[in-house]
Design a protein around this ligand. Sequence first.
Ligand SMILES: Cc1cc2nc3c(=O)[nH]c(=O)nc-3n(C[C@H](O)[C@H](O)[C@H](O)COP(=O)(O)O)c2cc1C
Length: 378
Amino acid sequence: MVTLFEPFTLRGVRMRNRVVVSPMSQYRAQEGVANDWHLVHLGRFAIGGAGLVLCEAAAVQRHGRRTHGDLGIWSDAQIDGLARVARFLEAEGAVAGIQLAHAGRKASERRPWHGETPVDGEDVAQRGEHPWPAVGPSALPYAEGWPAPAEMSVEDIHGVVAAFRDAARRSREAGLRAIEVYAAHGFLLHQFYSPIANQRRDAYGGSLDARCRLACEVATAIREVWPEEYPLVFRLSLTDWRPDGWQIEDAIHLATLLKKLGVDAIDCSTGGISGRERPQGMTLSHGYQLPLAAQLREHAAIPTIGVGLMWDPRLVEQSLAQGEIDLVALARELLDDPNWTLHAAHALGVDDEHQMWPPEFGWWLEKRARALRKLRLR
Ligand SMILES: Cc1cc2nc3c(=O)[nH]c(=O)nc-3n(C[C@H](O)[C@H](O)[C@H](O)COP(=O)(O)O)c2cc1C
């Protein structure tokens, strides 16, 4: 029995295996609209056998974009582009999902290859891209060299909650069947729950429960419009990797609250609250975040998605089989090999004869494999 290839069901949605395409911003949208690039980029992973394909972070408010190229879901005009992607993914056997996002104080940032620093006059001159004002729980900048965001009023916060609700309705209309809320990596909801970015003293700051309030309100609002049979996932940072920050115990508390509000799984990442330097205490190795995911799975009793620096199907299988995680999300490894899932099936002895491949590819690959074996060339 190979767990990686056992189907997995969340609510009424069945995934053909445990492979999740981790959301990957492409910085290619214009005014947030999904285009041919998104269709081809994501379509490759559905053809490549993944179980759940998550469209990249889509901004629920225009000023909540991180970069000018972010996908968006703040307007009904953005539904058609997403619907086209969703139709293709589902037709190729994957579950089509989307990540809903608000960058908060991380908004108005340059694309990675332009420096991941705040947009300024240089971008206006070079690309006609203007900076815009960012908001956050408190007027604390993301890192050195970043402007302080405007502290959000309670009215602003209610606006964000409503924007997530509207985005869920648009996701439904686009034919998407899974939502992941981006509450990690220093995005707005993480800014609220982490004491590093939130120094409010009202209902949305101070105690752990108050800092978790916005994430909980977003979950509730989404569930009001998101079909009962469709899963809702939250991506959390399970630790800030800093003694003065958010800890795994806090994440377990939040996951427990979210579960009661209709959240079905936690995508277990870490870090990102302040600057891009790797914090002390964060040591990279294959699947380095999995022990934290396992801890959360045990103590919050909720399915987990493991993510981060994985490529070896045998190690992934081990983690699934041991019950550390229920699903695995891959990003960079899938950029390198969109057929990773199908290659993993071969490596784990689940698919010796290219049966799992779409016949347009598999028929030819099997024919070639037989010929090469016969000729002892491979
Ligand atoms: C090109 C690229 C874009 C990304 N965009 C997002 C995103 O939109 N939302 C998100 O939660 N994480 C994003 N990430 C992080 C990945 O989803 C993933 O958590 C991270 O890369 C670690 O997994 P990996 O080692 O398999 O790449 C991105 C990563 C890459 C490489």
